[in-house]
Write a protein that binds this ligand. Structure first.
Ligand SMILES: [Mg+2]
Ligand SMILES: [Zn+2]
Length: 171
């Protein structure tokens, strides 16, 4: 089985400065993210979201606040007709030394444990951060980096200006 691992904040929904997240009421989808998820799902990819939420243990938001935004996001994705297989989050502080904060492989390992049929060689990661791409490289997976100004010489990494560009690569 092939998986499309997606970062959440700044990739599927809008990201904010850490201190603003406690005021966020509703997830705001990034233009084109729902279409992209839909196209990949139709291509047979299982959508798995992996998200660093150090905001929780660093006290910016509560777990309940994280969950509320996440549940609303998943409701909206479902209403759009797309099934998300799973969401893994890392709640740990950046200085906590956990194995799951990206670019550590913990959340990919959790996904592999739960879905042993995932074949990483036909899977990939989409994200807006260097840590997402570092994780892709560590897992020897392809990475799609949504970052207009970034550069990468790594052959595993494809840089795109906008998430919608990924559709063109898969249709
Ligand atoms: Mg992000
Ligand atoms: Zn963690």
């Amino acid at each position: 089985m092939k998986a499309a691992f997606f970062d959440r904040d700044g990739t599927i929904i809008r990201d904010y400065p850490d201190e603003d997240w406690s005021h966020v009421q509703d997830p705001e989808f990034i233009d084109g993210s729902l279409e992209t998820l839909s196209v990949l799902r139709k291509q047979g990819y299982h959508i798995i979201i992996i998200t660093n939420q150090y905001l929780i243990n660093e006290g910016y938001i509560t777990f309940a606040q994280y969950k509320r935004i996440n549940d609303k996001m998943l409701d909206n994705i479902r209403e759009y007709g797309v099934n998300v297989a799973d969401v893994f989050h890392c709640p740990h502080r950046r200085d906590e030394g956990c194995v799951c904060i990206k670019p550590n492989k913990g959340m990919v390992d959790q996904a592999l444990k739960k879905y042993p049929k995932i074949n990483l060689s036909e899977s990939f990661i989409v994200g807006d951060s260097i840590s997402d791409m570092e994780l892709a490289v560590r897992c020897r997976m392809k990475g799609y980096w949504i970052s207009p100004s970034a550069r990468s010489n790594n052959p595993l990494i494809t840089r795109v200006d906008h998430i919608k560009e990924i559709i063109l690569l898969f249709e």
